[in-house]
Design a protein around this ligand. Structure first.
Ligand code: AVJ
Length: 321
């Protein structure tokens, strides 16, 4: 007789855990609870982030897009012909379309993203728009060293890293990532990167505390994900979105706040949350142009060109090693 199997082995075998559940448990076991921001971008999270980009208060996406429209020709000129374009954290690749439309005979486009479904969908869409282009999506976490297909060994590579995604990383990790990029692209390393600039604190605060609550839904979606994928029983209504600008660190600090004293089970383990306790989920660093150039220099990258918008709210830089 075959023994009856349990529907969910993770519920009954706490030692067998998915990488996601392991990460969640590790983060929630810390003195200061934290959840890695990469986990915000499941399918639903990626959709919600796309919605954030449309919000009236969320200026970064449309500001960067305007910079791309205005200077894509100059950027293409700077990058030069016959480059393979590697995009990190490609999301819905909106800005990439602008760049690809201006690049001179790009040899390939390799979007790298952690959200598989989202990545493959956008790759398909782009294939229809650029039928001649060699498009090779790579499902990967770009904070880990990235391996490119060996077919690119001799190509000139330009890494495109838009969206101020680098702002998620603390300076030490940002430098590590920039070093990885410099290595990845070999001798002819090129990096086109977009990052958010320091500005009026009210503008920053509003961008991460929108009136429609989309940013809150994006942040709290992580709790739903834990319930679904790590066998949690968190009551999401008993938590709230929290985002403040830390001026001395030049960053928005996003957390999930517990509204009450409460206990929950996740992957067979119990966690206590005190009223007012914060679970850190994401940083969004805001730079000065000079500060960014210094950080890049410490990773061995030289700033070759700088493009910005009329209000100096966002910057796109081209760097080489
Ligand atoms: C994707 C990291 C650029 O920091 O502005 C937006 C993420 N989180 N609203 C940002 C985010 C909440 C976003 N990045």
């Amino acid at each position: 007789d075959t023994p009856v199997k349990h529907a969910n082995q993770y519920a009954t075998t706490p030692d067998v855990r998915t990488p996601f559940a392991t990460d969640v448990i590790e983060g929630l076991s810390q003195q200061r609870k934290r959840l890695h921001c990469k986990h915000l971008y499941d399918r639903r999270g990626s959709q919600l982030f796309d919605n954030i980009c449309e919000l009236p208060e969320y200026y970064p996406t449309r500001t960067e897009l305007a910079i791309m429209h205005r200077y894509a020709d100059a950027m293409a000129e700077q990058i030069g012909p016959n480059a393979a374009l590697v995009e990190l954290g490609s999301g819905s690749s909106q800005k990439t379309r602008v760049l690809l439309d201006h690049l001179r005979e790009p040899t390939a486009y390799l979007p790298v993203d952690i959200s598989r479904g989202h990545l493959l969908e956008t790759a398909d869409k782009l294939r229809r728009e650029h039928p001649g282009l060699n498009i090779q999506p790579i499902v990967a976490d770009f904070t880990q060293p990235i391996e490119l297909p060996s077919s690119l060994a001799t190509e000139k590579v330009c890494v495109y890293f838009p969206g101020s995604t680098i702002g998620n990383l603390e300076p030490h990790d940002a430098v590590k990532l920039l070093k990885n990029i410099a290595k990845l692209a070999g001798n002819e390393a090129g990096l086109l990167i977009g990052f958010d600039l320091q500005k009026d604190h009210d503008v920053l605060h509003a961008a991460y505390n929108d009136s429609q609550g989309v940013t809150a839904a994006f942040n709290l979606n992580l709790l739903h994900r834990i319930n679904r994928e790590a066998n949690g029983n968190l009551i999401v209504d008993q938590f709230s979105h929290h985002a403040i600008y830390n001026a001395s660190k030049g960053r928005i600090e996003i957390s999930i706040e517990s509204k009450t004293d409460q206990t929950a089970r996740i992957a067979g383990q119990e966690f206590h949350f005190s009223k007012g306790e914060l679970i850190h989920t994401e940083y969004s660093h805001k730079y000065t142009q000079e500060g960014f150039a210094n950080m890049a220099a410490s990773a061995g990258l030289t700033t070759k060109n700088v493009w910005t918008d009329p209000r100096d709210w966002f910057a796109v830089n081209y760097l080489e090693s």
